[in-house]
Design a protein around this ligand. Structure first.
Ligand code: ADP
Ligand code: ASP
Ligand code: MG
Length: 437
């Protein structure tokens, strides 16, 4: 059994859709289960349609014209998606009427991208004589928490998915990114969440491989938009891939590797434009230690300094600070501590409650507009890695504002100003992988 997940760019034009069906056909004997994202830029268009509805403009011409053009080019029934277009129109009317777009409504809105996508693609497969059945995420068994916009998949989902999809004799075409909570409300798994759906299904069904088809030759040594000569990696361990995704590499959803990792199922990232390219395989590997394998980055971070206002050696200070983070569900990416002070990074959103809770017992200072750059990979000798990293940054006069080098040594992060991000990534890439800086 094989999971094949196709992202929006694999479904953007009639030609791509035909190629995607051909790629599937070649592996049909391996009993694939498909996971699809919204086609092309539909998710972005839905976000825009929501904003327009808030300004009393109930319309979604781009979404409707785009899907109607695909239906026509692929010779599919013109009314195939009409019920969904009507439902989407009603939802937008509701948003305009109430003048409010809550996270819950936003999830319902965004779900239309994947719901349209699976129906269209499954109908095309059926027309080509490949018998398939579309499943919305919830109908496939994906049950989530109620955190709209970043819902987590609940463990019961595995058994539910197994029960539902094992029975199906045709090829299941499952909507990625969307599920429902226990009250039946639609939820989404965060941007890029179809990768996570693929991994969850792979674990539930005991797949022998999870393939993520994208528009790049696999996972590259850095973001190609910042480093044009970034090179594809042949192999990555689960730990390395999980760190890479978590520390901002947009190619993978942050938690998408974890279910595959628990079940030790290899994940292969492949290019839909070059199906014969082997891509990157992510698997369980004891062979880490080969040095830096990739560079990830996240911009728009806040650097937070917290210092105890009491005397040195105050017991329990860090515990108290961390309790506040736990209460506010804030997850910290990089951290450096002493007994009485700490510096850490957080995404820039919702920092006011943090300041309010910390101020009674400590001094807190927040600087916005920071980027976190992370070197992924186990270094042989820390001192050598840090020396190469810092001298590369220093040569470019890049101001390093914090360093975090964990005990596991699989990631080493530095914090710099957003304005110096591009230059810093290029300098680090040149220092660790060669090429121009
Ligand atoms: P899809 O939604 O089709 O699954 P994404 O657009 O989410 O694919 O991910 C692929 C994109 O991720 C690439 O086009 C590339 O611009 C970006 N990207 C960022 N960092 C990396 C990286 N380290 N390796 C590969 N691609 C990366
Ligand atoms: N369509 C969703 C997004 O654009 C999910 C995905 O593509 O994986 O974020
Ligand atoms: Mg994606």
């Amino acid at each position: 059994m094989l999971i094949m997940k196709f992202g929006g760019s694999s479904l953007q034009t009639p030609e791509r859709i035909r190629d995607t069906a051909a790629t599937l056909q070649k592996q049909r004997h391996l009993r694939p289960v498909l996971v699809l994202s919204a086609m092309g830029r539909t998710t972005e268009d839905l976000i825009d349609a929501g904003q327009n509805a808030l300004h009393q403009q109930v319309m979604f011409p781009r979404i409707e014209e785009f899907h109607r053009a695909l239906l026509s080019a692929l010779d599919l029934p013109p009314k195939l998606l009409d019920t969904h277009f009507d439902e989407l129109r009603s939802l937008l009317r509701g948003i305009a009427l109430i003048g409010e777009l809550t996270p819950k409504t936003r999830d319902a809105l965004l779900s239309f991208g994947e719901r349209l996508s699976i129906r269209l693609f499954s109908a095309y497969l059926n027309r080509m004589g490949i018998s398939s059945t579309p499943f919305d995420g919830w109908d496939a068994g994906v049950l989530t928490t109620s955190e709209h916009g970043k819902a987590e998949v609940l463990p019961e989902s595995y058994e539910r998915v197994r029960r539902t999809l094992q029975e199906v004799s045709t090829i299941p075409v499952v909507a990625g990114f969307i599920g429902k909570d226990s009250q039946g409300h639609i939820t989404t798994l965060g941007r890029g969440g179809s990768d996570l759906t693929a991994s969850v299904l792979g674990r539930a069904l005991g797949a022998h491989e999870i393939q993520l088809w994208k528009d790049v030759d696999g996972i590259l040594s850095a973001d190609p938009r910042l480093v044009p000569d970034a090179a594809p990696l042949k192999l990555l361990s689960f730990d390395e891939a999980a760190e890479l995704a978590y520390f901002g590499a947009k190619v993978l959803h942050p938690t998408s590797i974890l279910p595959a990792m628990c079940a030790k199922i290899p994940v292969r990232v492949k290019n839909h434009r070059d199906p014969d390219h082997p891509g990157t395989v992510i698997l369980h590997s004891e062979e880490e230690g080969g040095g830096v394998v990739a560079i990830a980055h996240k911009s728009g971070q806040a650097l937070v300094h917290i210092a105890s206002t009491r005397m040195l050696g105050q017991a329990g200070f860090l515990a108290r600070v961390f309790q506040v983070f736990a209460d506010l569900h804030l997850s910290v990416d990089a951290i450096a501590t002493s007994e009485v002070s700490l510096s850490l990074t957080l995404s820039e959103t919702a920092l006011d409650p943090l300041i309010e809770r910390i101020e009674p017992f400590a001094k807190i200072r927040v600087s916005a507009g920071k980027s976190i750059l992370t070197l992924i990979g186990k270094a042989g000798r820390s001192s050598e890695l840090l020396e190469t990293m810092l001298s590369a940054l220093n040569r470019e006069r890049i101001d390093v504002q914090m360093i975090s080098h964990g005990a596991s040594k699989i990631n080493t992060s530095v914090i710099v100003d957003d304005a110096q991000l591009k230059q810093a990534v290029a300098a680090l890439h040149a220092a660790f992988f060669g090429g121009h800086s």
